[in-house]
Design a binder for this molecule. Structure first.
Ligand SMILES: [Zn+2]
Length: 299
């Protein structure tokens, strides 16, 4: 009998300090000296703060996935981030970000958390690529308009902020092969310095099937872009997207739902390429991130 009473009081104590407010009329005497409580309308919702999970440090080019109160407001770099019903949110750290990345979270109970995430710098070696078609290094003036139009179409596709949270899956390699070009490296094509490499190149034979690294929706598919050749974009939700370039074949069309591991096309050497390989790029909206950080260091 004594033991049962003891167990019940422990249980009651546990409940009282987590979710349930004390019963009405059970105000402890210690509160008698405090100023009167605010009127109920000004009270925040009586619920406990949820634990927030965020890394304390990430390398440049990272995709950061956090977890918090599903009803929280999460702000990062001028964006209000979408928070999933499970409390997941995501954002990208650019190649040239210096940090700290500051995330501000206002939970439904009013608690505010400001987390500073250190950004560790990386080395960006120079990569010299020779033997690409000269017309793709210095495109003729006449096709500048075509390149700009194609780029605008891709940028548009990257503006989506869909509620799907496919990005929370563990990404898998879209093809198996040697890494022949790394994200972020300074590119020099046929001796001409160009923008940093925006993704990861994986050497593979022409026609090798390319698999979706995570589920998502096809938001762009073009078999013949001037610089990137056969091109597919997959949206993974919350602004996260993958792009697959230089494809010899496209097996999906805009609006298709794809599952992780599904074949979406085939490796090729179309556009600005020296030989067959897959260029796999990833974005958080327009911020480019490093796919290698999502899949580890070897296929
Ligand atoms: Zn590439």
């Amino acid at each position: 009998m004594v033991a049962r009473t003891g167990r019940m009081s422990v249980l009651l104590l546990f409940c009282a300090c987590t979710a349930h407010p004390p019963p009405a009329g059970a105000t402890p005497s210690a509160q008698a000296d405090r100023p009167p409580a605010l009127p109920p309308v000004a009270q925040p919702v009586a619920r406990p703060a949820r634990v927030t999970f965020l890394p304390t440090s990430v390398p440049q080019g990272s995709l950061v996935v956090g977890l918090t109160d599903p009803e929280a407001r999460v702000e990062y770099d001028g964006h209000t981030l979408r928070v999933s019903p499970q409390g997941r949110f995501v954002f990208g750290i650019g190649r040239d970000a210096t940090g700290p990345a500051v995330v501000r979270i206002v939970q439904a109970n009013g608690q505010v958390l400001v987390q500073r995430i250190a950004v560790t710098p990386r080395d960006w070696p120079v990569e010299r690529v020779s033997g690409v078609p000269p017309k793709t290094v210095d495109p003729p003036r006449a096709i500048a308009e075509r390149i700009a139009r194609e780029q605008a179409e891709v940028t548009d596709a990257r503006r989506r902020d869909d509620a799907r949270d496919d990005f929370a899956q563990t990404f898998v390699w879209p093809v198996q092969g040697r890494i022949s070009g790394r994200f972020g490296n300074q590119r020099v094509y046929n001796g001409t310095p160009k923008s940093p490499h925006s993704g990861m190149d994986i050497a593979a034979a022409n026609g090798t099937p390319v698999k979706a690294p995570a589920g998502g929706m096809v938001t762009y598919a073009n078999p013949d872009m001037y610089l990137t050749g056969g091109t597919i974009l997959i949206d993974h939700g919350h602004g996260v997207s993958s792009n697959f370039l230089h494809l010899s074949r496209l097996d999906v069309k805009i609006g298709d739902r794809v599952e992780q591991g599904q074949t979406i096309g085939a490796v090729g050497a179309t556009g600005r390429a020296t030989g067959p390989h897959l260029h796999w790029g990833m974005n958080w909206f327009t911020t480019r991130i490093d796919p290698l950080l999502l899949v580890g260091h070897g296929p």
